[in-house]
Design a protein around this ligand. Sequence first.
Ligand SMILES: C[S@@+](CC[C@H](N)C(=O)[O-])C[C@H]1O[C@@H](n2cnc3c(N)ncnc32)[C@H](O)[C@@H]1O
Length: 300
Amino acid sequence: MKEVTQEEYLEFIKENDIIVIEDVQIKLRKTWNIKSFSPPEEYELEKSTVWSFPERGSWATHVGDYRGNWSPYIPRNLILKYSQKGDWILDQMMGSGTTLVEAKLLGRNAIGVDINLSAVMLARDRLNFSYNPLLEEYKEPIIKTYFGDARNLDKIENDSIDLIATHPPYANIISYSKKNRLENDLSQLPLEEYLLEMRKVAEEAFRVLKPGKICAILIGDTRKHKHYIPLAFRVMEVFLDVGFILKEDIIKVQWNMKTTREKWSFRNYDFYLISHEHIFVFRKPEDTKEYKKYKFSIKW
Ligand SMILES: C[S@@+](CC[C@H](N)C(=O)[O-])C[C@H]1O[C@@H](n2cnc3c(N)ncnc32)[C@H](O)[C@@H]1O
């Protein structure tokens, strides 16, 4: 892991106006004209295990132009349910930094990591706004960004993180660096290899998380030869395998299928378009005794 500081970002934007991810150019805004720092007033936090956001959310600096980025409603719900102000949040595959922007707005400290330096610069760009709500309880959080690998979080101590909220690549279904192949990018790997590497991601997540705390991941499935590949359940098994307990399986309805895996017109085929993903909410057990109590929510 190598830290990318605000000063490095400021140097970077002197020379660069865009970053390129695969074949997509994304403009660096450098300064933001923010109209709202929160979701629409009528929005209520999720209460059930089905989450659906027809509008992905565009408050603060959230823009949906990073390939496969997650709706800010997802980290917002996870952060508000599973952490407190001043806690440390980790997104070790942060992409454009959606989780970190929410952490900043909600007064949580955060660490973001990505294997793609362009993504790290984009995340810093999204974090380059001031937020001072003048509320007594709001203390400006510390937000750190790193260029690094989710399989080796060497700058993060054991048992130090209060919440992990992350959104890994779905094996090689959507590539983040095919043209400019990035070493260690998990979106380059075929399924079997991807699952082996995701085990290392899960082990590191388990190591850095405090006992009793939550690790939530968003992951989707795919189809090949017109048959279903339950990628999400395979990844779930990997996380259970390293010692996590399953607390929730939340279905996230997918609205925009343009960027997804199925490009065919479904009417011509004998299968349905996949329009859901899973948010698995895992908990690291307090200790071995506690772990055994959940014998049907762990690996069995
Ligand atoms: C689904 S995207 C995350 C999008 C993010 N949630 C957002 O809202 O922008 C997955 C990210 O994982 C990153 N990635 C792939 N392999 C990685 C690795 N070994 N370590 C850290 N990040 C990795 C990719 O560069 C990509 O940015």
